[in-house]
Design a protein around this ligand. Structure first.
Ligand SMILES: NC(=O)C1=CN([C@@H]2O[C@H](COP(=O)(O)OP(=O)(O)OC[C@H]3O[C@@H](n4cnc5c(N)ncnc54)[C@H](OP(=O)(O)O)[C@@H]3O)[C@@H](O)[C@H]2O)C=CC1
Ligand SMILES: O=C(O)C1=N[C@H](C(=O)O)C[C@H](O)C1
Length: 253
């Protein structure tokens, strides 16, 4: 039985995970942490992580970037692995996470779905083949109107995966309204759309002379992220210090 501490338990993802874990015989949520305490949960909820006195095997985090430093401090002090799903972390927060992974197991992933993690691999091959024929690369992501970070963590992870396969020679362009210039061949355009209840859509467009190749992923519910997060928690609870991602969970290593 994996004992989960849910950080951000009263948010949208925290509540989807609470529902999924209720039906899982191999996992349970033993405590939650959230600054807003307006929901009745079947586990104790703490509004300040430093007052948490319940033992757990792993923390799942879906909260907000600002909350990550205190979460990491707590996890280090208790030697608890963290499945870190919050997006929009700045460089300083990412450095903190990388440093902490020398002491505890951390799985950092902007997208817990199987499909997006497959796409992170597929785009490498597509980028290598198509950019050698001068195709341009643009990424469009669409999310609900409650999302605070832009572009999405997933769009950035896809761009990073493409860039790594191209010797990191590409720069990212988020806004074309400021300059009247043609696009550079070595850039990846990244564009964010926000509206309604869109769960999460990502399109990677490779546009060449007279042909377009497009890879798309559509999340039809938040359950796909929750299932991935719970699988990752079971996986990570058995691991020692280090940095992990969903590829490790999918491949079981
Ligand atoms: N990796 C992945 O697959 C996915 C990642 N995400 C990411 O997860 C994050 C959360 O998403 P979502 O659930 O939709 O967002 P929500 O805003 O619905 O939930 C976040 C929760 O965390 C709470 N919170 C804020 N500050 C703290 C704090 N200091 N300590 C503890 N809890 C805090 C919020 O409270 P309050 O509302 O009062 O601020 C809220 O209840 C986002 O960064 C999102 O991009 C989302 C889906 C999939
Ligand atoms: O905020 C969301 O909802 C999501 N955020 C993640 C991101 O920023 O990539 C993943 C998913 O698309 C949903």
């Amino acid at each position: 039985m994996t004992r989960i501490i849910m950080h951000g338990c009263n948010g949208k993802m925290g509540q989807v995970i609470s529902k999924i874990v209720e039906e899982d015989n191999d996992a349970s949520i033993v405590a939650g942490i959230d600054i807003s305490d307006h929901i009745d949960n079947p586990y104790p909820v703490f509004t300040d992580i430093n007052t948490l006195d319940v033992e757990g095997d792993v923390i799942i985090d879906f909260s907000t970037a600002k909350a990550v430093p205190s979460l990491i401090d707590y996890a280090k002090s208790r030697k608890i692995p963290v499945v870190l799903c919050t997006t929009g972390l700045n460089d300083e927060q990412i450095n903190l996470v990388n440093e902490a992974s020398k002491e505890i197991a951390i799985l950092l992933s902007a997208n817990m779905s199987l499909g997006v993690n497959l796409i992170l691999n597929l785009v490498k091959k597509a980028a290598q083949t198509l950019t050698s024929a001068n195709f341009d690369i643009e990424i469009i992501e669409k999310h609900h109107n409650q999302k605070i970070d832009a572009p999405s963590g997933t769009a950035l992870a896809i761009a990073d995966s493409i860039n790594a396969s191209l010797n990191n020679e590409y720069s990212y362009t988020y806004d074309r309204s400021k300059e009247r210039v043609k696009r550079d061949s070595k850039e990846i355009g990244i564009h964010a759309v926000r509206g309604g209840t869109i769960v999460g859509e990502h399109s990677i467009i490779f546009a060449g002379k007279d042909e377009i190749v497009e890879l798309n992923h559509s999340a039809l519910s938040k359950d796909i992220f929750a299932v991935g997060a719970v699988n990752a928690a079971k996986f990570l609870s058995q691991k020692s210090e280090g940095m992990y991602d969903m590829q490790n969970v999918i491949e079981g290593n």
